[in-house]
Design a protein around this ligand. Structure first.
Ligand code: TRH
Length: 391
């Protein structure tokens, strides 16, 4: 584990919305410590959101060690920092503003830290041109570098822990383990034989239409949806205003079960156990790719439908040979009018075996470029060496 025994790293995370920001930062922090022996301080402003994906977090603690990571409650932009308190590597996630006193201490520290802005994931081509670009501080003697996750060799790759595939394959090969796991959510033996779909999306997805298509379809479907997700459509299906964890209803061919929000590792297991995963944002989208199962992506919405461009860029790489998946995905995201949801669903379902083959090939293709954490540390090492030996 300890390939970097004394390396320190500070990761600054602001929870802008939902769980993706802290979800990604927490994965990165954990992996840096577990697999690379880096001493990580994770500064996060919203411990309550953090606690939902990692129940060990104490929401009242200013500083706590969780699974080897020092978690600091980032309360405000105040505070004073000495140069000795600055880490070897400093990461701002999604261009957050690091406290000014910390930045000032970075400029005084010798050697100066490596400073990264870890950006959001996109399959667009411009990402390759911006990955690793430097940006000089306007006043201080500091340079920040952009680090872009991505799907191609000339990007920073994706977060992927060592041993993940082995764990997943063992789980997926063990039907009893999967049945036992899903039984915890009330899924019975008969539902194990149905098409199991996990559903995680934003409120504007056409969930009502899809639930109707499933309930009127010919084959049995079990839909597992976390509490609070698509609450209106799920409530309408169940005939109650605010469905809670543990609630379920069956109509026609469809059973819907409302799940509690589970810790991150269990969410992975849920993806591994389902036959189709509807995911959203960034982190669940990536985890669905590692599950090796078909998935549909509900992308985080942006102004002026910028997200449609990002969605098309991804589908261009992933779904070139999968017309039903491409059409369904565009429709699910409002980028195409799905004239008939039952027909779109029938087409998608018929394509599922081919999508499953693509899912496996894609996983291998993307992983061949290396994982994000390793690439990030390699880049940091390069920058540290260059600083020691200026040309
Ligand atoms: O929660 P999100 O909508 O987060 C979003 C995106 O990251 C988006 O790109 C970003 O700009 C925005 O936040 C601010 O979706 P995402 O990215 O899938 O993150 C969800 C996290 O929650 C992920 O780490 C998985 C985790 N999770 C659990 O741990 N348990 C659960 O039961 C569920 C449903 C999710």
């Amino acid at each position: 584990m300890s390939s970097n025994p004394s390396l320190t790293l500070a990761l600054f995370c602001k929870v802008v919305d939902n769980y993706g920001d802290i979800g990604i930062c927490w994965r990165l922090a954990r992996q840096l410590w577990r697999e690379h022996g880096v001493h990580v301080s994770l500064w996060v402003d919203d411990l309550a959101s953090f606690r939902r994906i990692c129940p060990e977090v104490d929401v009242l603690a200013d500083a706590q060690t969780v699974q080897g990571v020092l978690v600091r409650h980032w309360r405000d932009q105040e505070g004073s920092f000495a140069p000795e308190e600055v880490a070897d590597i400093v990461i701002e996630f999604f261009a957050v503003d690091i406290p000014p006193a910390y930045v000032a201490a970075m400029a005084q520290r010798m050697p100066r830290p490596v400073w990264f802005n870890l950006e959001g994931l996109s399959a667009e081509e411009w990402v390759e041109g911006c990955h690793r670009l430097p940006s000089m501080h306007p006043r201080l003697k500091l340079t920040k570098h952009f680090f872009f996750p991505g799907f191609t060799p000339r990007t920073g790759g994706l977060l992927h822990e060592a041993g993940l595939d082995e764990q997943r394959l063992a789980f997926q090969a063990d039907r009893a383990a999967m049945a036992g796991f899903l039984a915890g959510f009330g899924v019975g033996a008969a539902e194990m034989d149905s098409l199991k779909v996990s559903l995680f999306c934003y409120p504007h997805a056409p969930v009502g239409e899809l639930l109707q298509a499933w309930s009127e379809g010919s084959g049995p479907v079990t839909c597992l949806v976390p509490e609070g997700v698509a609450a209106q459509a799920v409530g309408a299906f169940m005939g109650c205003a605010s469905p809670g964890a543990g609630d379920s209803a069956t109509r026609g061919a469809l059973t819907v079960r409302v799940l509690p929000f589970v810790p991150q590792p269990d969410y992975d297991r849920l993806l591994w156990a389902c036959d189709l995963n509807i995911v959203r944002g960034e982190d669940s989208f990536v985890r669905a790719q590692w599950a090796g199962r078909p998935f549909v992506w509900h992308i985080y919405p942006q102004d002026e439908n910028l997200h449609h461009q990002k969605l098309r860029a991804f589908l261009g790489r992933y779904a070139g040979e999968l017309p039903a998946l491409a059409r369904f995905s565009l429709g699910w995201n409002g980028a195409l009018d799905i004239a008939s949801m039952p027909a779109a669903w029938r087409d998608l379902q018929a394509e599922l075996p081919r999508i499953a083959i693509r899912a496996e090939a894609w996983r291998q293709e993307v992983l061949a470029h290396g994982d994000l954490t390793t690439k990030l540390l390699e880049f940091a090492r390069e920058l540290r060496l260059a600083a020691q030996n200026p040309v």
